[in-house]
Design a protein around this ligand. Structure first.
Ligand code: PLP
Length: 435
């Protein structure tokens, strides 16, 4: 009997150890971690240099309350992160996870509006579908029915615009008109809502859990930036999943040269070594808030020196092993192999992604894009079949969260060609078993 109920009533094997891209359970079974946990373990498991950096910090201090002390680890990590950001994003606020980072960004946008004499600005636009976290604030900007519906009465619903799913709408993602079409929906929605009431727009540069590695169509990000600027709306980029090299650049937004006002990061920053997240803000936004009395927000574990030491170790490893480049190269190879699987397996209706944030969607008909009947639970069955074969992949419902099946294939960025073969063989066998 377990006292935990993460998995509902189901039980999972007990994890014994993890090294590189592999995890072993207590019975000695080996799994290839083809989803880096939940797109977390970007530099692979048990990296000795990160463990040594954490050990050194542990021997000094594992906790220093942020209102009592500065720590070298948090100061250094803040400086290192700001150096990796677009120009001007130099103010860092640490948290312990992605939802906390999103909450922080929503609140900072609101406090900035108040501090600059715009008290009517409080709405945070986001997309449908989207996933920005499971705390009530982050859920208010999330659009994913299974996770949001039970809590609707408890939330201040925020306005949404459609995610740019060109593949479902029969539009060409390479045509800049497509990007303009979706971005202009944001423009019209802000106009309808009253631009003076809108504080921010939050968006994932490449969609993650809810849309399955959705890459924006040409021109979309550029146009979104222009619309936000024109309406005085802050652009918050949720890089919780895309950050720390996952898409082949340190930040996903670098692919489009988008300059955000606020970036939020988590998953790959702590990379599974410690709970760590960060909000990185344009310095011009922070001063008015501090002048008006300070940011009315903060978490006990924020800036924890042990977590920050882990983050520093992760940044060192990303640079030392040039993992952004590897994510790009191996991502291209993985995408080519997924397209190969699509040719062989009728069930695959779409393949998409950037770097090592890749996904495929199972469909009843790839021409009409009709989803498989929800009761088949195809995405979960495929995940289970792969798991039985020692391969871990991550799946979710797509579309509105109640139909559509996508599988995310997001291995650690240390991926080598032999691992790639193993992933593709595991998927191939699992798809054959599913059909
Ligand atoms: N934002 C995005 C884009 C995410 O993918 C997630 C988690 O999957 C979150 C926020 C929430 O992060 P956490 O689960 O660490 O709270």
């Amino acid at each position: 009997m377990s006292h935990l109920f993460y998995q509902g009533r189901g039980r999972k094997p007990v994890l014994e150890q993890a090294r590189g891209v592999y995890i072993w359970d207590k019975d000695g079974r080996r799994y290839l971690d083809g989803s880096s946990g939940a797109m977390v373990c970007n530099i692979g498991h048990s990296n000795p240099n990160v463990l040594a950096a954490m050990q050194r910090q542990m021997e000094k201090a594992t906790f220093g309350y942020r209102l009592h002390f500065e720590t070298e680890a948090s100061e250094t990590l803040a400086a290192r992160l700001s150096a990796l950001m677009p120009e001007g994003l130099s103010k860092v606020f640490f948290v312990s996870g992605g939802s906390e980072a999103v909450e922080s960004a929503m609140k900072l946008a609101r406090q900035h509006a108040l501090a600059t004499g715009q008290p009517e600005r409080w709405k945070i636009f986001s997309r449908a579908p989207s996933y920005h976290g499971c705390t009530l604030g982050a859920l208010a900007v999330t659009s994913y029915t299974p996770l949001t519906k039970p809590f609707e009465p408890m939330m201040q619903a925020m306005p949404k615009v459609p995610a740019p799913r060109a593949y479902l709408d029969g539009l060409d993602p390479a045509d800049p008109e497509t990007g303009r079409h979706y971005a202009d929906m944001l423009d019209a929605a802000i106009e309808a809502e009253g631009p003076e009431t809108v504080a921010a727009f939050i968006v994932e540069p490449v969609g993650g859990a809810s849309t399955g590695a959705l890459v924006p169509p040409a021109g979309y990000m550029e146009r979104v930036r222009e619309i936000c600027t024109r309406h005085g709306v802050l652009l918050i980029l949720d890089e919780v999943m895309t950050g720390a090299g996952r898409t082949g650049r340190f930040l996903g937004c670098e692919h489009w040269g988008t300059r955000p006002d606020i970036v939020v990061m988590s998953k790959g920053l702590g990379a599974g070594y410690a709970p760590l997240g960060a909000m990185i803000v344009d310095e011009k936004l922070v001063d008015p808030v501090l002048d008006a009395g300070g940011f009315a927000h903060g978490f006990t574990y924020a800036g924890n020196p042990l977590a920050c030491a882990a983050g520093l170790g992760v940044l060192d490893e990303l640079a030392r092993q040039d993992l952004c480049t590897n994510a790009q190269t191996m991502g291209e190879a993985l995408m080519a192999r997924l397209h190969g699987l699509m040719q062989k397996h009728e069930l695959i209706g779409d393949v998409r992604g950037k770097g090592l944030l890749t996904a495929f969607e199972l469909m009843a008909d790839r021409v009409t894009k009709a989803p498989l009947p929800a009761h088949l639970n195809a995405h979960q069955r495929l995940v289970d079949l792969a798991y039985e074969r020692g391969l871990i992949v991550y799946s979710r419902r797509t579309r509105d969260g109640t139909e559509g099946d996508h599988i995310l294939v997001c291995p650690p960025l240390i991926l080598e060609p032999a691992h790639l073969d193993e992933i593709v063989e595991g998927l191939d066998a699992s798809l054959t078993a599913l059909a």
